[in-house]
Design a protein around this ligand. Structure first.
Ligand code: FE2
Length: 184
């Protein structure tokens, strides 16, 4: 008898986000400069009739794309303002990138500063258990910058993993017995 179908066994992992941007050139520069993305393809709106937006496909490695940027030439974009935190359509809260190591993450802090970007949050330890943690979740260390449209971009390292019994395991392999995943 075959095992019961579980969709999580069919999914490898979440793969990419297609972020809507108001200025394609500015956003290509941002993501290529900050992260080292390479531009695989860039296309005008309606090159394919079913796709009325301009698209850019960005890659970090050998995949055709790891991220997509989209902009609609028929849409009047406006800059984000303070009201957007309290009213408006649902939006993406933040998009996150994992660094290779804590050393890499520290280098990325210097890198974004050298690019003249403001760190709008952090560096912060997302933890209620680790020394210096701010009480938030994931056990990772993070900082945040904004892209040209104000999309919040997180760079992090050292997120916890979850053992089979639900206990959190730090990036150093230590079980945090007080910290347990929900059972849903
Ligand atoms: Fe996050």
């Amino acid at each position: 008898m075959s095992a019961a179908f579980n969709p999580k066994d069919k999914i490898r992992r979440f793969h990419h986000v297609a972020l809507e941007v108001s200025d394609m050139a500015a956003s290509i520069n941002f993501y290529c400069d900050v992260f080292g993305y390479q531009l695989t393809e860039q296309h005008e709106a309606s090159e394919v009739p079913a796709i009325p937006v301009e698209l850019a496909f960005l890659r970090l490695g050998e995949n055709h794309h790891d991220m997509v940027l989209s902009t609609d030439p028929n849409k009047n974009y406006r800059a984000r303002d303070d009201r957007d935190d309290r009213e408006g359509p649902v939006a993406i809260h933040h998009v996150a990138w994992q660094c290779e190591s804590r050393e890499s993450w520290l280098e990325m802090i210097e890198h974004v500063k050298n690019l003249g970007l403001e760190i709008v949050r952090g560096p912060v330890v997302h933890s209620a258990w680790q020394e210096g943690g701010e009480g938030s979740w994931g056990e990772n260390e993070s900082f945040y910058v904004l892209d040209p449209d104000g999309h919040k971009v997180e760079l992090f390292c050292d997120m916890a993993t979850i053992a089979d019994d639900g206990v959190f395991v730090s990036h150093k392999g230590q079980r945090i017995e007080e910290a347990k995943a929900l059972e849903y």
